[in-house]
Write a protein that binds this ligand. Structure first.
Ligand code: XMP
Length: 517
């Protein structure tokens, strides 16, 4: 087992950027957790954090019912960093003054280092730093014992600190990409101020996770894991396999809604390369029969979720001694369910295949529930999993059904699969695959007239969808070069019978969604 983890506690006041703070800390190889600002002080103390970050938030510290902190937090002797609202809270609670700024300060600003200490330890005096601001309130007076360490044109107390107490705060957002040297500030806080060490590595995580699974699952018990072909369930399965060996059985349901060659690939990789116990169920006809005649997107999703659970349950019951269910839940899903919802919090939609029913009476193993996606991939690499599997574009649980608009039939799915494989193939050939979040084809039940050779055609339409995104919550359509689009279009029209027109989707999210249904 690696040394006991050093925990950084991120207290969430409902900012849009709280997850980013956690990611930036993890990128420094330091373990951190986000908890809502409503977490009782006693619990904070029991967690023994080695450092605390107070996040930003949409409220005003002097507003009625504004979220706040227990003043005893500042007496714990634990280094604290306040970001935006976090700094304002420090000022408010410790006897400074916060007031409404004459104008809402939003966007780029320049901070000049006054004192190269604390979180500015790694900079030189008078050095100018580009930062990102977003606040409506400002500090009018610092609490006793605090000193300004950085100023901006509009904000004399843009960065401040109390060196004796190791409490620092910034008015801007060091966690966003628009603050290019933010990582150095966070590193200075973690290593120079709080004296932490960069020990949170993929190796440390996998070792700890394997140990934890072994100690929870007793020697006669078995576990089952549903494999979707996606990264999360794959890494969760391999991790559990390390811990449990043959006491883990994976179940892969081929629902007939997968991409070209995907089912064969999943089965081959897991059985031959990774040597996992795998039950592959061919449920293609069952799903197709249930989807016959259905065109409503929500109804499609409901049917797929229901049939998946039925098939999975049937198979799971055949695994003797199964007491545990492995799920690839990630940290963003965990945070989403605990995070503090400020008035302007983003409402995120959840995508689930329906959730496995409690009536199966299985206990849950969620070995990835502390990880972000990039950490899951790093863990997968550490476990020796193939790169292709780890870096594959995300794919929705309901599969091609939500990309096959109108009725889902075997014939239309075949057409879509071929078109989709051409899109991905050309994106790969052009070297764009890793830079794009998702690229795929959508089949539209819209027929138009064309001419091929001397013949009139009357076929359906294929839309090409490609987006850039960091988490799937927002997305920008990818500006794929015309030559690549042209090759995609030519190949689809020439090679795929059933499509005679190719269009490009240039909608960002919001207001669009990535998937069409
Ligand atoms: P949307 O279409 O909501 O998709 O912009 C955002 C991201 O989520 C994926 N997605 C799903 N993933 N089950 C999943 O596991 C689903 O039902 C589902 N629907 C959408 C989508 O591919 C994109 O990456």
């Amino acid at each position: 087992m690696p040394a006991a983890r050093e925990l950084v506690l991120v207290i969430d006041f409902g900012a849009q950027y709280t997850q980013l703070i956690a990611r930036r800390i993890r990128e420094q190889r330091v373990y951190c957790e986000i908890h809502p600002c409503t977490l009782p002080f006693e619990e904070v103390r029991l967690m023994r954090p080695r450092a605390i970050v107070l996040s930003g938030g949409p409220a005003s510290v002097y507003a009625e019912n504004a979220p706040t902190v227990d003043p005893r937090l500042f007496e714990l002797g634990v280094p604290i960093l306040g970001i935006c609202y976090g700094l304002q809270l420090i000022a408010h609670v410790l006897g400074g003054r916060v007031e409404r700024a004459s104008a809402h300060e939003y966007g780029h600003a320049r901070v000049v280092v006054e004192r190269p200490e604390g979180i500015f330890h790694r900079f030189a005096k008078r050095e100018a730093l580009d930062v990102w601001m977003s606040h409506g309130d400002r500090i009018a007076a610092l609490p006793p014992g605090f000193q300004t360490i950085g100023v901006s044109g509009n904000t004399p107390f843009c960065a401040a600190g109390h060196a004796g107490k190791n409490i620092y705060g910034v008015q801007f957002h060091p966690e966003v990409a628009h603050t290019p040297r933010g990582a150095e500030m966070i590193a200075a806080f973690l290593f120079d101020v709080a004296g932490l060490s960069p020990t949170w590595t993929a190796g440390a995580f996998t070792e700890e996770a394997v140990g934890a699974i072994r100690s929870r699952v007793s020697p006669e018990e078995h576990a089952i894991c549903g494999l979707s072909g996606g990264v999360d369930s794959a890494v969760a399965a391999v991790l559990c396999h390390r811990a449990l060996g043959d006491r883990l059985t994976c179940i892969f349901v081929d629902n007939g809604l997968l991409r070209l060659g995907e089912a064969e690939q999943v089965v081959g990789t897991f059985r031959k390369n990774l040597h996992l116990n795998l039950i592959a169920v061919d449920a293609r006809q069952r799903f197709l029969a249930a989807l016959a005649g259905v065109t409503d997107p929500e109804q499609k999703r409901r049917i797929i979720g229901r049939v998946f659970i039925e098939v999975f349950e049937d198979e799971a019951h055949k695994v003797r001694g199964a007491k545990w269910l492995v799920q690839g839940t990630l940290y963003p899903d965990v945070i989403e369910s605990v995070s503090f919802k400020g008035p302007s919090a983003v409402i995120k939609s959840h995508h689930n295949v329906g959730g496995l029913p409690e009536k199966m009476n299985l206990k849950l193993i969620e070995p990835l529930r502390e990880l972000f996606k990039d950490e899951v991939r790093a863990a997968g690499e550490q476990l020796g999993m193939p790169r292709d599997m780890l870096w594959r574009h995300p794919f929705p649980g309901p599969g091609l059904a939500v990309r096959c608009l109108g009725e889902v039939t075997e014939k239309r799915l075949d057409v879509l699969r071929q078109a989709d494989s051409i899109v991905v193939d050309e994106i790969r050939t052009a070297g764009l695959y890793d830079a794009i979040w998702q690229a795929f084809a959508v089949l539209l039940p819209v027929k138009s007239v064309g001419v091929m050779g001397d013949e009139r055609t009357y076929e359906e339409t294929c839309a090409v969808r490609a987006v850039h995104s960091v988490d799937g919550m927002t997305a920008d359509w990818a500006k794929i070069p015309y030559e690549v689009l042209s090759r995609i279009s030519n190949r689809i029209i020439n090679e795929v019978r059933g499509i005679n027109r190719v269009v490009l989707d240039i909608t960002s999210k919001p207001p669009g969604t990535i998937e069409w249904e």
